[in-house]
Design a protein around this ligand. Structure first.
Ligand SMILES: O=C(O)CCC(=O)C(=O)O
Length: 304
């Protein structure tokens, strides 16, 4: 793309304690073929119930410790990202909580207790919270990355998404390469179901093969002004209902997807939440755009 990429490979790196352990092979040939051909892969029930409960409890603890009166930052994808403020940019190297749009009334007053009001936590839990650090460093994830040829996988961001009952916000169609701009081969997302995900509570939707379509948008930050801007790069329409597939999965499943895979999740109008934890990896050698909203000068790389 030629847009101010930095190679972070020789910068301060936090290396994994697993360095000396051989990386296991996780995917069989058919799963590898599916990932490359379709741009995504579902691995059902691959994370244990205990690990899922540990993550959920750690996320709820972060929410319980959060001073909801101090930070009223809403996360919505319906504003073409114009609402990104310093609290959001600073979350690249911190653990910050963002509210569901529907958790506030017109006067900005909270309508729900914190555990039912938070849209997501982001974006450096893997560095700063020991439960998340331990989870992200497990050989399973290094194995998945190795299986698709990602050596020295660097974890750029983590998110815990709540998709709250009745007010869970839509995440509009997008491609992750628009928000995590890098050199080839691009980031790979791992989306982990912490609770069962189905159509009613806002599961993911993907467009099989859609990773071969153009990158439609790019979100870049002018750091002099600390202002982000979403620009259209290509007019290719987002997938219609007949082209999209609902990824309905039980808790403990991992959905892996390519940086240009169009994906979306609907509002949650059901009485059940749909928690998920996401990680985005890139080989450490691949350049990272200086215009990305995520910059980690203090934390350095997190290589699993
Ligand atoms: O979990 C969701 O609803 C959306 C997640 C997503 O779009 C992402 O991780 O890129």
């Amino acid at each position: 793309m030629g847009r101010g990429f930095t190679n972070h490979f020789n910068r301060h790196c936090k290396l994994s304690d697993n360095d000396t352990m051989p990386t296991p092979t996780i995917m069989d040939n058919e799963q590898q073929r599916h990932f490359h051909q379709e741009g995504y892969l579902v691995l059902e029930n691959i994370i244990s119930g205990t690990e899922i409960e540990n993550l959920k409890n750690a996320a709820l603890q972060i929410v319980d410790d959060f001073d909801i009166d101090k930070h009223r930052s809403v996360f919505t994808t319906n504003d073409r990202d114009t609402g990104r403020d310093d609290y959001f940019f600073d979350s690249a190297q911190n653990v910050h909580c963002f509210l569901e749009e529907g958790a506030l009334d017109a006067g900005g007053h909270l309508l729900k207790p914190a555990r039912l009001a938070i849209n997501k936590i982001g974006h450096a839990m893997h560095d700063l919270n020991p439960v998340f650090t331990h989870f992200c460093r497990q050989p399973l994830f290094a194995g998945l990355m190795k299986d698709i040829g990602y050596s020295e996988p660097s974890l750029w961001q983590t998110m815990y998404i709540f998709k709250q009952p009745r007010i869970g916000g839509e995440v509009r169609w997008h491609q992750d390469a628009s928000y995590l701009i890098s050199e080839s081969p691009g980031v790979v997302g791992l989306w982990i179901a912490i609770e069962d995900a189905h159509r009613d509570n806002g599961c993911l939707w993907v467009q099989p093969g859609g990773h071969r379509s153009a990158l439609r948008e790019i979100y870049e930050v002018d750091w002099d002004k600390r202002e982000g801007r979403l620009s259209t790069l290509d007019q290719t329409p987002w997938p219609g209902h007949d082209e999209a597939v609902a990824v309905e999965v039980p808790k403990g499943s991992v959905v892996m997807f390519h940086s240009r895979m169009p994906h979306y999740s609907s509002q949650n109008r059901s009485n059940h939440s749909r928690h998920a934890f996401t990680m985005h990896f890139l080989p450490a050698q691949a350049g990272w755009s200086d215009k990305n909203w995520i910059q980690r000068p203090q934390l350095g790389q997190f290589i699993i």
